[in-house]
Design a protein around this ligand. Structure first.
Ligand SMILES: *[C@@H]1O[C@H](CO)[C@@H](O)[C@H](O)[C@H]1NC(C)=O
Ligand SMILES: *[C@@H]1O[C@H](CO)[C@@H](O)[C@H](O)[C@H]1NC(C)=O
Length: 549
């Protein structure tokens, strides 16, 4: 017994002594120490939480470098989110002191070096979100552990300012806006300067993000300020060309916020807003979330990036030459618009209720309002061409979801892919459609992949919380992590350390190839020309109608 005990103790001792870990890491701000977890046989994970990548930002200012610290910073707890509204928009959470990032570094028998790096930016309509994501049973949505372990890459997740403090803009140099985009840029630049000390390769940096985070990825690629800092990029359900991603008249909303906090709207607006309490300013940045066919919520997302002549020198559609050497992988979920449609037209989720054709007309009229009646009628003709004389209840509902999916996500994403391929120099372009059906039991059975459904698979939740999933979900997750991390390593989703179920061809200007991602992938998953008729309608026919106001 005693001998066994000694052997066991010795084994534990040797095991601990053998754990590959970075220990204390020197960064530009000072020393940091994270935590080393055992994740498998001879597999370890160094996790660093809340490393500052910039100082606490000044109000409506670009971020500046952190002044640094003495001693060893214990990087073991997540930082607060950037100050933001709660989901009901009646209170706030988080802090103005929020420019921190988290790092997951996979280790094998020896300490890793030269690993590719993937930096994630969260979504949340530029109003909400945090670098660790929602917490469910101590399992954070954006934990980088599964991606890092399975793909052998470093994962970084970073905070950025949101809401009024992140995006309020007067449309001129007083309140230029885009503070949240500058935060993301500061995080990218910090990673480039410091990731080598964590075993990362600063010449192999991929940024990825979903929804507003996907659009953020697109803005970071298109901005001239990231030259040489980003090698590849992944946009999931969001690009800079989305109608909600740019506010072209930010002054109007800034004046509303000023009025709500009791500031004048004349030339003293900026100095007054700057002195206003941060919580009060955040509370003033609410948006209307009671959608209806006549007022769909996508039209109310006012706190977005702006064309400021600096971070974004011009309209995003004109900036693709800045991304000519950045490999790009982008896609959408087949029913990305479903969650929004459920708010705007609740009958789509009510099996006992039909959706009136009037609602379809009204929705199209509001989505096409700047082009007038004729454009709305043309859109109605496009979307009802296959209805026949007596469309089934579910056909009408699916049409409403298609309309919102096309308008909010699909058409802008196809346009971004096309422009990226057209302007590419060395860069490769890849397109996907994610179709694994929603797991929400309350939805009708025809609901496909809803907005944000892809995140759980990319972050490996079917492995992290296996009881919540079926084996088929682990397949989807394995496929996505393989494609995503191969792409981060080589710029080609097919080539790298992980096997993939089918070769994913490049998207070209002529072929428009894409893969259909779900749990049963094979050669039939490779497709071409996603909803070309509707992409053509919105980008050509619709665009050619004159504006009416
Ligand atoms: C990135 O990493 C891969 C695999 O480790 C390596 O082959 C490549 O040279 C690195 N650099 C770039 C710029 O791709
Ligand atoms: C999964 O992909 C295959 C291949 O593209 C397709 O035939 C199938 O319909 C997809 N499944 C779902 C649920 O969309």
């Amino acid at each position: 017994m005693a001998v066994l005990g000694i052997l066991a103790a010795l084994g534990l001792f040797l095991g601990a002594a053998n754990a590959a870990t970075l220990g204390v890491v020197y960064t530009e701000g000072g020393m940091v120490e994270g935590k080393n977890n055992v994740v498998g046989l001879f597999r370890y994970m160094d996790v660093f939480k809340a490393i500052p990548f910039a100082a606490q930002p000044g109000r409506f200012q670009k971020p500046v470098p952190h002044p640094g610290w003495t001693g060893v910073l214990k990087a073991t707890d997540f930082a607060k989110r950037c100050l933001q509204l709660d989901l009901l928009q009646t209170g706030t959470r988080g802090s103005e002191d929020c420019l921190y990032l988290n790092i997951w570094v996979p280790q094998g028998r020896s300490v890793s070096t030269g690993l590719p790096v993937m930096i994630f930016f969260y979504g949340g309509a530029f109003l909400w979100g945090g670098s660790q994501g929602a917490n469910f049973l101590d399992n954070y949505l954006y934990s980088g552990e599964e991606i890092a372990d399975r793909g052998n890459v470093i994962v970084v997740t970073a905070n950025y300012r949101v809401g009024t403090l992140g995006f309020l803009s007067s449309g001129d140099s007083e309140l230029p806006g885009n503070y949240g985009l500058w935060d993301q840029h500061a995080a990218i630049a910090w990673v480039n300067r410091n990731i080598k000390a964590f075993g990362g390769d600063p010449d192999n940096v991929t940024i990825f993000g979903e929804s507003a985070g996907g659009a953020s990825v697109s803005f970071q690629m298109l901005s001239p300020h990231n030259k040489g800092l980003i090698h590849r990029a992944i946009s999931q359900s969001g690009v800079a060309l989305c109608p909600w991603a740019v506010n072209r008249n930010p002054r109007a909303y800034a004046e509303q916020v000023a009025q709500r906090v009791g500031c004048p709207t004349d030339q003293t607006m900026f100095s007054c807003l700057k002195m206003t309490d941060a919580v009060e300013l955040t509370l003033a940045g609410t948006i209307s979330l009671d959608g209806s066919p006549a007022n769909p919520i996508v039209k109310n997302l006012a706190l977005s990036p702006v064309i400021d002549g600096d971070f974004l020198p011009d309209d995003p559609s004109t900036l693709f030459s800045n991304a000519a050497d950045i490999d790009y992988l982008a896609g959408i979920n087949d029913m990305d618009g479903h969650i929004f449609t459920g708010v705007d037209v609740p009958s789509v989720n009510q099996p006992l209720h039909s959706t009136p054709v009037e609602d379809v007309k009204e929705l199209l009229t509001s989505l096409t309002s700047e082009k007038g009646r004729e454009a709305a009628a043309a859109a109605f003709d496009q979307y009802t061409a296959n209805w026949g004389s007596n469309p089934a209840k579910d056909d009408i509902k699916k049409t409403v979801v298609d309309i919102e999916t096309d308008y909010i996500f699909l058409v802008p994403t196809q346009t971004a892919l096309y422009l990226h391929a057209k302007h590419a120099n060395t860069a490769r372009t890849y397109s996907y459609l994610f179709t694994e059906p929603s797991r929400m039991p309350v939805y009708p059975s025809w609901v496909g992949a809803d907005h944000a459904d892809d995140l759980q698979y990319v972050f490996g939740k079917p492995f992290a919380t296996p009881l919540g999933y079926f084996p088929r979900h682990r397949k989807v997750s394995k496929y996505m992590i393989a494609y995503w991390t191969n792409f981060a390593k080589t710029g080609d989703p097919n080539t790298g350390e992980s096997d993939v179920p089918v070769a994913w061809p490049r998207f070209t200007e002529e072929g428009h190839q894409f893969v259909d991602i779900n749990h049963s992938m094979g050669k039939d998953s490779v497709k071409q020309k996603l909803r070309t008729r509707f992409v053509y309608f919105w980008t050509s026919t619709f665009a050619s109608f004159p504006n009416v106001n």
